[in-house]
Design a protein around this ligand. Sequence first.
Ligand code: BTN
Length: 324
Amino acid sequence: MNTKEALLFVLEEQRGMYVSGEELAKRLGVSRTAVWKAVNSLREDGFDIMSAGSRGYRLSAESDLLSSAAVQQALKTRVFDVRVVPETGSTNVDVKALAERGAPEFTVVASELQTKGKGRLGRSFYSPQRTGIYFSVLLRPKLPVTDALFITTSAAVATASAIEEVCGRQAGIKWVNDIYWQDRKVCGILTEASLDLENGSLDYAVLGIGINVSPPEGGFPEELKTIAGCLYPEGGCPAGTRSRLLASLLDKFYELYIHLPEKRFLDEYRRRSILKGLNVNVIQGDRTYPASVVGIDDQCHLLVSRDGQLIALDSGEVSVRPIK
Ligand code: BTN
C-alpha cells in the first residue's frame, strides 16, 4: 500500500470523524507534509475530505467514491486484492492482462466507469460513471472446462444474495447470468476463460460483473430503457453502499467458489430463477421457437418443453425471452 492508499484506509476506518495530522503521520510512518500531500491528491481524485486545524482530517460520512480501502474494510474474506481505478475500457480486459502477467488468483479490478464494457454474445455493457459497480475477479480454478459455467451461476447467486443483504431488494436470476429486480435487468455477468489445451482444464477465468446501482445521469440510453433498471431507481442510494455491496458479493462468492464441485449454489439458483413456469421464446442464432420453462438441471441447463419434448438448453448461444 502506498501512502495515499494507507491514508484512505485510516480515514475510511474513522469515516465521519477527525483524525489529527500527527496521528496520521505516526500510523503511516511518514512526515506530516507527506500526509498533507496525500490528502490533496485524494481530494483531486474526488474524495470529500474536510480539514479543521489541529483536529486534523475527516472523510465525509457522505463520501461515496468506490475505494479499495472501503471494500477491504467491509470484506470478511482476506484473500482478495481489490484495486479501484477511476476509469478504464473494460475491467475484464484489464484482469486478463494481469492474468497473463502471472497475477495471483482473487486479484480484483473495479472501475468507476468503463468506456468499452463488454457484455455477453459480443454485446457491450453500458457502464456510466459512479452509478454502478463494474469489476472483474481473476480466478485460477482447478476445474474441467465443462464445469466453467458454474463460476457464472454461483456468481449470480452471490450477487442476488448480496443485493438482498445490502440493499434489501429481492433479486431474481434470469437464466443464465442476468439479475433482475422489479422486472428490470440490474446486473449482468460475463465470465471469460483461457483454456489449458494440454489437459483440457481452465488456465484461468475472468469473472466480470456489472451492477446498476443508481440511475445514470439523463437516464438509460433509448435501446436499454425498456430492459435496464437499477437498485435505487429514485436515487438516494446511501453512502458507502457500493463498497459494501462489492465486499458482500465477494465474500459470498468466495464461499460458493471454494466448494464449487459440491454445487452448493444450485438450490438457491433454482429458487431465485424468474423463468420457471413461464412461456418463452428460445432464440438460437437466427432460429426462434416458443417453449415453456420446466426448470434447471444439475448442469445448469435450462429445461424447456417444446411440443411435449423436453430439451436441455446450453447457455452457449441461446437466449430466452419471456412471452408477455
Ligand atoms: C451481460 O449482461 O451481457 C454481461 C455484462 C457483464 C458486464 C461486466 S462489467 C465488469 C466486467 N467488465 C466488462 O467489460 N464486462 C463485465
